[in-house]
Design a protein around this ligand. Sequence first.
Ligand code: SF4
Length: 479
Amino acid sequence: MILLKILNKTDIKTEHFENEIKWLIRAFYKNEALLTESEEEPRLSVDITMTEDDLKISISKAGESFSKEESWDIKKDKEAKDILKRALYKCCNKESGRDLPWGTLTGIRPVKRMVSMLDSGKSEEEVFRIYKEDYYVSGKKAELCLSIAKKERELLNDIDLKNGFSLYAGVPFCRTICNYCSFPSMAYSAGEKDMEEFLRAFIKEAEEVSKMLSSRKLTSVYIGGGTPVSLKAPELKEFLKIITDNFDVEKAVEFSVEAGRADSIDEEKLCIIKDTGADRISINPQSMNEKTLKWIGRDHSPEDVINAFRLARNMGFDNINMDTIIGLPEEDIEDVKNTFRIIKELSPDSLTVHSLAVKRAARLNTEEEYKESPDEELLFMMMDEGTKASKEMGMEPYYLYRQKNMAGEQENTGFARPGKECIYNILMMEERQDVVALSCSGSTKIIRGDMILTAPNVKSLKDYIERVDEMIERKRMIL
Ligand code: SF4
């Protein structure tokens, strides 16, 4: 157990600091409880004292202590936070002997920060140096970040970020619920009885929101979830029609539908997606190993994924993404190699390699077999397999994001062949354009200078149906 004590003798509010401090400590000490009060003797104590001029951090354990003192100007809020994180990183690094691949960059979007540095006129060499020397990011990750930042600037060059907007709509159902799932999705069988009311609420929201946005140009559309194709074919048709009836999708640069799980994909549904005008779909195996798919609660085999992929290709889909997850329980390097070997044979147009992030809500987090994080060395090797496979398929990394509780403190990376990148993913993950979200659990984000205004939709289907007017008004307030 780790005991954290913060003595703040300044006027600043430390809530924001505290979260970042906790994220950083947790990143170093993955499997230990972090408490701010305890009557038990902790294994490790982290003491932080902040005054107007000085910062003192010390980490102590039986007979040993590592400490660091820095002077700072607490009025320069952001700089002060960076100084604190750097000092804390140094202490934890000394005590644990560990390096974190992303250094002090916990809780932030590493590419977004780099893009804004490049936009402000800093050279590539300068930002690379800052990432390595000031944020302690590994050379490999700093390089990856730089190549994505450059790509992103190139891809967004012709997009009207300010006047355009992107649209997200989520289908809150899946055939069954995977046991690593941290999305608020429900089994289709449990929600089916409310389908009519759900679609009625969705029409109302789409109609009202489209009026609010009538003077703005739609850049990209993303239909996600849940699993959109978990709907029955007529329901899927209606859901997509509500989008096309209310938004000018033909003018958008991209229209993606996350077909998702192979157990819900069939020819009729793919036909509906195609007829709607969607030009990018995602078929997500996560793993191509039968035992893993069973373990994570997916109701399909690797052959089902192969068949769904081939079906979509034969129907003319020429922009298909596949999602994979690294760090799944019981998977060794040979399993991961097998997944990427089959994916290479299928040859999708883009590939997303996720590092497993288990949130507290996910069932997996409570399973005995998954108490310990997978071995870090092994995770690096597995991530490298994804990178290698993407290269062999002629893809380049084009977006990246990090979450809390990621296996091995890694990242999620999107790779794509040139011209097959998902613009929506960049706009949304990097917070580069207003994203308006419809349906359960989506969150609308409106960018106003350095500020981001958010209007989250409720997560439960019942609440969404009952409170759709409130969801509309939330958006009206910030639009
Ligand atoms: S398909 Fe995705 S959203 Fe659905 S249960 Fe599995 S992880 Fe959750």
